[in-house]
Design a protein around this ligand. Structure first.
Ligand SMILES: [Zn+2]
Length: 83
């Protein structure tokens, strides 16, 4: 069906629209894109681009958010149900 989507998840920050491939995207990748929207970032490049402060912040904040959800709901939580 939508197997041609080239990245696991992507976001348009200005329009607050996120699309993701449910067969490919991890909870971390979806949360990462959500954080870009919340911070009104201008995301580009790689998730692991340590030279881009927006990517570093998104990686840090996604980890904190996922941890808080797991901590509140238990380790068997399907994180995608909360995003
Ligand atoms: Zn990013």
């Amino acid at each position: 069906m939508w197997d041609f989507f080239p990245v696991p998840a992507a976001v348009n920050v200005d329009k607050k629209i996120m699309i993701y491939n449910s067969n490919e995207a991890s909870a971390f990748e979806v949360t990462h894109e959500l954080i870009h929207v919340l911070n009104k970032d201008n995301p580009h490049g790689d998730y692991f681009d340590a030279s881009n402060p927006q990517e570093v912040r998104a990686n840090y904040e996604e980890t904190i958010l996922i941890w808080e959800i797991f901590d509140a709901n238990g380790e068997d939580t399907n994180i995608l149900m909360y995003l």
